[in-house]
Design a protein around this ligand. Structure first.
Ligand code: CU
Length: 69
């Protein structure tokens, strides 16, 4: 298992959190998504390392922006 933390911009409420959780959670190999609304940090657990662009696309699909580390 691999755990990676991403910074996501634009989330303002619980609905944003569930949108991001649903989209990122649907990425193949992802087993867990934890979103901290206050900090914008999204911690993703996956079976293998994820391609950042795949995560970016999922976050984008939810309507938010992945901040480059
Ligand atoms: Cu919201």
């Amino acid at each position: 298992m691999v755990t990676t933390t991403y910074q996501v911009q634009g989330m303002t409420c619980g609905h944003c959190v569930s949108s991001v959780s649903a989209e990122v959670g649907a990425v193949p190999g992802v087993t867990d998504v934890q979103v901290d609304l206050a900090s914008g940090q999204v911690t993703v657990t996956s079976e293998q390392p994820l391609d950042t662009d795949t995560v970016r696309a999922a976050v984008d699909e939810a309507g938010y922006d992945l901040v480059d580390a």
